[in-house]
Design a protein. Structure first.
Length: 128
């Protein structure tokens, strides 16, 4: 009898773990500004600042390039440490995939010329 109870507890725990939403909407790790550098792209797209905001649980974001051009992010999916986003640059949809740590995002951007590596470093606001 004790084995059956133990088995049921384990089974229900496993079902709960699988069924619950991943990270339950905790986007705090990526919110804020990130300085981004991309290798092997035209100069005007090589340095930018990515800004992530959240309103009512929905992520929004923009990319502002060093030349002043600003592009809105179309989709943003963040789960655990994985980030996937899309944006349009020069009429092309770019898909970006990255791994998020406390202060860094590293990954690739899928461009019309192939995949390129990028790194983004979190901008830490100085306390006054």
């Amino acid at each position: 009898m004790m084995k059956k109870v133990f088995f049921l507890i384990i089974l229900f725990g496993f079902i709960y773990h699988i069924a619950k939403p991943a990270c339950a909407g905790d986007n705090s790790a990526i919110l804020g500004q990130w300085k981004c550098a991309v290798i092997d792209v035209p100069y005007e797209y090589s340095n930018s600042t990515i800004t992530f905001t959240e309103k009512e649980g929905i992520l929004n974001g923009t990319v502002k390039f060093d030349d002043g051009q600003e592009v809105k992010l179309n989709t943003i999916k963040y789960t655990n440490t994985q980030l996937v986003l899309t944006l349009y640059i020069a009429g092309n949809e770019i898909t970006v995939e990255g791994k998020v740590t406390v202060t860094k995002i590293t990954g690739t951007a899928d461009t019309p010329d192939g995949k390129v590596a990028f790194t983004a470093i979190k901008v830490v606001e100085k306390k006054k």
